[in-house]
Write a protein that binds this ligand. Structure first.
Ligand code: RIB
Ligand code: CA
Length: 318
């Protein structure tokens, strides 16, 4: 089993991803760390603790960063995930308490204790990872892999989702994302280029919502809010499965096709949050921000049906 730490900002699609990881026979969750993003840190932590309860997860939950590295708070996407980040169902009690160790210290301690064994699956802004790296730069070589739901690389005709060029998790803390790109860990971006191809259609959503399983029913209920948002912006065939696609990569990377090369992130200006791959064989440019940057994998294609089937069959235990 692959040992994983999930860093997340639940978030409706984060909930789908966490259930997939919990029910996969190929992954062992060692801990879940929370970050600001789809809601403020108090809500994303309360939501994670609720998911731990509903999904019967043993692993601890550690609260992480409440602000990006530049300490400027951005508005939260309440129109996508609800005021509470979890579809405003009123089901999240909010009185559970996270483990007392902060996320960045949990990440550092766990990776140091399990060198070359841990995969980090990052489903939100990359603030916790950047802070962990600042404490312990050696994490980059001690971590088995980092799988990041983030980025928009201009493949498959998809653009950004918070600007024409930026994806939300990267835009939400571009300094952290660039710091993660500069570090020498094995890393893979599962960006909008492939997650937008992975659409949960109404039939699949109905099978999950009306299953006999309480965790799947919860996912089905909160997904209705998410589906309404996507319908409101013209996606009538269903909703894209962002975060669970990154978990699917950790389980079955053969369902994805990647390009490799160094990636950098634009940290300010109108292109803030844009992810730029200098694909291999990397060309050298006069103004050169890519030389000597360790290569990343960037997903450019996905076997969407098999990823969706993997998700559905795993969470339903079918
Ligand atoms: O752009 C999609 C990503 O932003 C997902 O991780 C979603 O949960 C939000 O954090
Ligand atoms: Ca997320």
């Amino acid at each position: 089993m692959k040992k994983v730490i999930i860093d997340c900002d639940p978030g409706i699609d984060d909930a789908m991803a966490i259930l997939l990881a919990q029910r996969s026979k190929d992954l062992e969750i060692l801990g879940i760390t929370t970050v600001h993003g789809n809601a403020d840190i108090d809500h994303t932590t309360a939501n994670t603790l609720h998911l731990k309860h509903v999904f019967a997860i043993d692993a601890p939950v550690h609260q992480g960063a409440g602000l990006p590295l530049n300490a400027v708070e951005l508005p939260y996407p309440t129109f996508v995930h609800g005021d509470d980040g979890m579809a405003d169902t009123g089901e999240v009690p909010g009185d559970a308490i996270a483990d007392s160790t902060e996320a960045e210290h949990f990440i550092v301690d766990t990776i140091r204790a399990n060198p070359h064994e841990i995969t980090i699956i990052a489903l939100g802004r990359l603030t916790n990872l950047a802070r962990a790296l600042a404490i312990a730069p050696e994490l980059a070589t001690l971590t088995k892999e980092v799988v990041i739901m983030g980025g928009a690389f201009g493949e498959n005709q998809f653009r950004g989702n918070v600007s024409p060029c930026a994806e939300a998790n990267i835009y939400g803390d571009p300094d952290a994302a660039d710091a993660v790109c500069l570090a020498a860990w094995q890393k893979t971006f599962v960006g909008l280029d492939v997650t937008m191809l992975c659409v949960v259609d109404p039939q699949r959503q109905a099978r999950i919502r009306h299953s006999g399983d309480a965790a799947c029913q919860f996912i089905g209920r909160i997904s209705e809010f998410y589906n309404s948002f996507y319908a409101s912006i013209g996606y009538t065939a269903g909703f894209p499965m962002h975060d669970a696609s990154a978990v699917a990569y950790a389980i079955a990377p053969e369902l994805f096709r990647v390009r490799t090369g160094p990636v950098r992130v634009v940290t300010n200006g109108i292109a803030k949050g844009e992810t730029i791959l200098n694909r291999e064989p990397a060309r050298e440019y006069q103004e050169d921000h890519w030389s000597d940057i360790p290569a990343a994998n960037v997903c450019v294609d996905i076997d969407a049906i098999r990823v969706l089937d993997l998700y559905e069959h795993t969470i339903l235990g079918a």
